[in-house]
Design a protein around this ligand. Structure first.
Ligand SMILES: [Ca+2]
Length: 222
Protein backbone atom coordinates (compact mmCIF):
# COMPACT_ATOMS: atom_id res chain seq x y z
CA UNK A 1 0.00 0.00 0.00
CA UNK A 2 1.44 3.39 -0.90
CA UNK A 3 1.58 6.31 1.52
CA UNK A 4 -1.56 8.02 0.20
CA UNK A 5 -3.59 4.85 0.58
CA UNK A 6 -2.31 4.21 4.07
CA UNK A 7 -3.15 7.79 5.03
CA UNK A 8 -6.62 7.50 3.51
CA UNK A 9 -7.24 4.25 5.39
CA UNK A 10 -6.06 5.79 8.63
CA UNK A 11 -8.30 8.82 8.10
CA UNK A 12 -11.24 6.60 7.27
CA UNK A 13 -10.74 4.59 10.45
CA UNK A 14 -10.43 7.78 12.46
CA UNK A 15 -13.67 9.20 11.08
CA UNK A 16 -15.44 5.87 11.50
CA UNK A 17 -14.51 5.86 15.19
CA UNK A 18 -15.95 9.39 15.58
CA UNK A 19 -12.59 10.99 16.29
CA UNK A 20 -12.02 14.64 15.57
CA UNK A 21 -8.64 15.53 14.06
CA UNK A 22 -6.13 15.84 16.89
CA UNK A 23 -6.05 19.52 17.93
CA UNK A 24 -2.90 20.73 19.63
CA UNK A 25 -3.71 21.44 23.25
CA UNK A 26 -1.41 24.16 24.57
CA UNK A 27 -1.97 23.13 28.20
CA UNK A 28 -0.67 20.05 29.95
CA UNK A 29 -3.03 17.31 31.14
CA UNK A 30 -6.34 19.04 30.31
CA UNK A 31 -8.26 15.81 30.93
CA UNK A 32 -6.72 15.11 34.38
CA UNK A 33 -5.59 11.61 33.51
CA UNK A 34 -1.79 11.96 33.55
CA UNK A 35 -0.48 8.62 34.84
CA UNK A 36 0.68 8.84 38.46
CA UNK A 37 -0.14 12.55 38.82
CA UNK A 38 -3.68 13.52 37.80
CA UNK A 39 -3.00 17.17 38.73
CA UNK A 40 0.15 17.36 36.59
CA UNK A 41 0.51 20.79 35.01
CA UNK A 42 -2.16 22.45 37.19
CA UNK A 43 -1.43 24.96 39.96
CA UNK A 44 -3.53 24.86 43.11
CA UNK A 45 -0.83 25.75 45.67
CA UNK A 46 -0.76 29.51 46.30
CA UNK A 47 1.28 29.47 49.52
CA UNK A 48 3.98 31.55 47.75
CA UNK A 49 1.50 34.48 47.58
CA UNK A 50 1.27 34.58 51.38
CA UNK A 51 -2.49 35.34 51.39
CA UNK A 52 -4.00 33.60 54.39
CA UNK A 53 -7.16 32.29 52.78
CA UNK A 54 -5.33 30.69 49.88
CA UNK A 55 -2.74 28.98 52.10
CA UNK A 56 -5.15 26.00 52.21
CA UNK A 57 -6.30 26.28 48.59
CA UNK A 58 -4.54 23.11 47.42
CA UNK A 59 -6.39 21.05 50.03
CA UNK A 60 -9.67 22.03 48.34
CA UNK A 61 -8.62 20.89 44.85
CA UNK A 62 -8.48 17.21 43.82
CA UNK A 63 -9.06 14.89 40.90
CA UNK A 64 -11.95 12.46 41.47
CA UNK A 65 -12.38 9.16 39.56
CA UNK A 66 -15.74 10.04 38.00
CA UNK A 67 -18.59 12.53 37.92
CA UNK A 68 -21.71 12.65 35.77
CA UNK A 69 -20.43 10.13 33.21
CA UNK A 70 -16.92 11.56 32.86
CA UNK A 71 -13.79 9.99 34.29
CA UNK A 72 -10.83 11.69 35.98
CA UNK A 73 -12.47 15.03 36.74
CA UNK A 74 -11.14 18.05 38.61
CA UNK A 75 -13.13 18.86 41.77
CA UNK A 76 -13.01 22.30 43.44
CA UNK A 77 -14.50 22.58 46.91
CA UNK A 78 -15.68 26.15 47.45
CA UNK A 79 -16.13 25.58 51.15
CA UNK A 80 -15.03 28.96 52.41
CA UNK A 81 -14.81 32.55 51.26
CA UNK A 82 -13.47 34.07 49.15
CA UNK A 83 -13.22 30.79 47.21
CA UNK A 84 -11.06 28.13 45.61
CA UNK A 85 -9.03 28.49 42.43
CA UNK A 86 -6.85 26.56 40.04
CA UNK A 87 -4.79 27.52 37.01
CA UNK A 88 -3.52 25.56 34.04
CA UNK A 89 0.10 25.20 33.00
CA UNK A 90 1.71 28.33 31.56
CA UNK A 91 1.48 29.05 27.84
CA UNK A 92 4.07 31.33 26.20
CA UNK A 93 2.00 34.20 24.80
CA UNK A 94 2.29 35.87 21.42
CA UNK A 95 0.63 39.33 21.61
CA UNK A 96 -0.33 39.00 17.95
CA UNK A 97 -2.13 35.71 18.59
CA UNK A 98 -5.69 34.79 19.50
CA UNK A 99 -6.39 31.96 21.90
CA UNK A 100 -9.47 29.96 22.74
CA UNK A 101 -10.15 27.77 25.76
CA UNK A 102 -12.93 25.21 25.86
CA UNK A 103 -13.75 23.05 28.85
CA UNK A 104 -16.60 21.09 30.36
CA UNK A 105 -18.06 22.43 33.59
CA UNK A 106 -20.55 21.00 36.09
CA UNK A 107 -21.81 22.79 39.21
CA UNK A 108 -20.45 26.04 40.49
CA UNK A 109 -20.90 29.01 40.72
CA UNK A 110 -17.77 29.62 38.68
CA UNK A 111 -15.64 32.23 36.98
CA UNK A 112 -13.47 31.13 34.07
CA UNK A 113 -11.08 33.35 32.14
CA UNK A 114 -7.57 33.69 30.76
CA UNK A 115 -5.05 35.41 32.99
CA UNK A 116 -1.90 37.06 31.68
CA UNK A 117 1.46 37.32 33.44
CA UNK A 118 4.67 39.25 33.02
CA UNK A 119 8.04 38.72 34.69
CA UNK A 120 8.48 40.10 38.17
CA UNK A 121 11.06 42.91 38.28
CA UNK A 122 14.59 41.54 38.50
CA UNK A 123 13.70 38.05 37.27
CA UNK A 124 15.76 36.89 34.32
CA UNK A 125 13.43 35.47 31.61
CA UNK A 126 13.64 31.71 31.14
CA UNK A 127 11.40 29.19 29.42
CA UNK A 128 10.04 27.30 32.45
CA UNK A 129 9.25 29.84 35.19
CA UNK A 130 7.87 29.03 38.61
CA UNK A 131 4.63 30.91 39.47
CA UNK A 132 6.47 33.15 41.96
CA UNK A 133 8.65 34.50 39.12
CA UNK A 134 5.59 36.03 37.46
CA UNK A 135 3.13 38.81 38.21
CA UNK A 136 -0.45 38.80 37.01
CA UNK A 137 -1.14 41.83 34.79
CA UNK A 138 -4.17 40.84 32.73
CA UNK A 139 -7.59 39.27 33.19
CA UNK A 140 -9.52 38.15 30.12
CA UNK A 141 -13.27 38.29 29.64
CA UNK A 142 -15.01 35.96 32.09
CA UNK A 143 -17.57 33.26 31.61
CA UNK A 144 -19.59 33.29 34.85
CA UNK A 145 -21.82 30.54 36.22
CA UNK A 146 -24.23 32.23 38.63
CA UNK A 147 -24.97 30.90 42.13
CA UNK A 148 -28.63 30.26 41.23
CA UNK A 149 -27.55 27.56 38.78
CA UNK A 150 -24.69 26.27 40.92
CA UNK A 151 -24.15 23.12 42.98
CA UNK A 152 -24.54 24.11 46.61
CA UNK A 153 -24.54 22.13 49.84
CA UNK A 154 -26.71 24.03 52.31
CA UNK A 155 -25.99 24.24 56.01
CA UNK A 156 -29.30 22.39 56.54
CA UNK A 157 -27.82 19.44 54.62
CA UNK A 158 -29.98 20.06 51.54
CA UNK A 159 -28.18 19.98 48.19
CA UNK A 160 -29.12 21.93 45.06
CA UNK A 161 -27.82 21.57 41.52
CA UNK A 162 -25.98 18.27 42.04
CA UNK A 163 -27.61 16.70 38.98
CA UNK A 164 -27.05 19.58 36.59
CA UNK A 165 -25.64 18.39 33.24
CA UNK A 166 -22.13 19.07 32.03
CA UNK A 167 -21.92 22.34 30.13
CA UNK A 168 -19.33 23.41 27.56
CA UNK A 169 -17.72 26.77 28.26
CA UNK A 170 -15.60 28.79 25.82
CA UNK A 171 -13.49 31.87 26.53
CA UNK A 172 -11.21 33.74 24.14
CA UNK A 173 -8.19 35.99 24.43
CA UNK A 174 -8.37 38.76 23.51
CA UNK A 175 -12.15 38.90 23.81
CA UNK A 176 -14.06 39.83 20.67
CA UNK A 177 -14.76 43.36 21.99
CA UNK A 178 -11.40 44.04 23.68
CA UNK A 179 -10.83 47.75 24.27
CA UNK A 180 -7.67 49.65 23.30
CA UNK A 181 -6.72 49.83 26.99
CA UNK A 182 -7.17 46.09 27.33
CA UNK A 183 -5.06 45.44 24.24
CA UNK A 184 -2.37 47.77 25.57
CA UNK A 185 -2.09 45.90 28.89
CA UNK A 186 -2.09 42.62 26.95
CA UNK A 187 1.05 43.78 25.15
CA UNK A 188 2.99 43.32 28.46
CA UNK A 189 1.91 39.71 28.83
CA UNK A 190 4.53 36.97 28.36
CA UNK A 191 2.57 33.92 29.58
CA UNK A 192 -1.12 33.06 29.86
CA UNK A 193 -2.98 30.45 31.88
CA UNK A 194 -6.57 29.29 32.11
CA UNK A 195 -8.06 30.34 35.46
CA UNK A 196 -10.99 28.53 37.13
CA UNK A 197 -12.62 29.70 40.36
CA UNK A 198 -15.58 28.78 42.54
CA UNK A 199 -16.90 30.41 45.69
CA UNK A 200 -19.51 30.00 48.38
CA UNK A 201 -22.04 32.75 47.56
CA UNK A 202 -23.55 32.85 51.07
CA UNK A 203 -21.53 31.29 53.87
CA UNK A 204 -24.45 31.87 56.28
CA UNK A 205 -26.68 29.55 54.27
CA UNK A 206 -24.25 27.28 52.44
CA UNK A 207 -21.65 24.83 53.62
CA UNK A 208 -19.88 24.80 50.26
CA UNK A 209 -20.09 25.15 46.50
CA UNK A 210 -19.01 22.23 44.31
CA UNK A 211 -17.42 22.64 40.87
CA UNK A 212 -16.18 19.96 38.49
CA UNK A 213 -14.24 20.55 35.27
CA UNK A 214 -12.86 18.26 32.56
CA UNK A 215 -11.45 18.24 29.01
CA UNK A 216 -9.83 21.67 29.19
CA UNK A 217 -8.27 22.59 25.85
CA UNK A 218 -6.47 25.81 24.88
CA UNK A 219 -5.77 26.38 21.19
CA UNK A 220 -4.28 29.19 19.22
CA UNK A 221 -6.93 30.22 16.71
CA UNK A 222 -5.23 33.06 14.85
CA1 LIG B 1 -11.09 13.45 32.35
Amino acid sequence: MNTACRLAAWCFLGVAAGQAPAASNLIVNGSFDAPGDPLQGWSADYTHEGISHYMQNAARVAVVPSEGGRSQVLHLDGSTEPGTKVESSLIPFDPKGRYRATLFVKGGPYRIQFRGYQWRPGVRPHPDPKPEALRQVYRGKEDVGQPASGHLVKRTGAVTGANAPWKRVTVELPGTAASDLSLKSLSKVRFIRLYVYTWNPDAGKNERSVLFIDEAVVERID
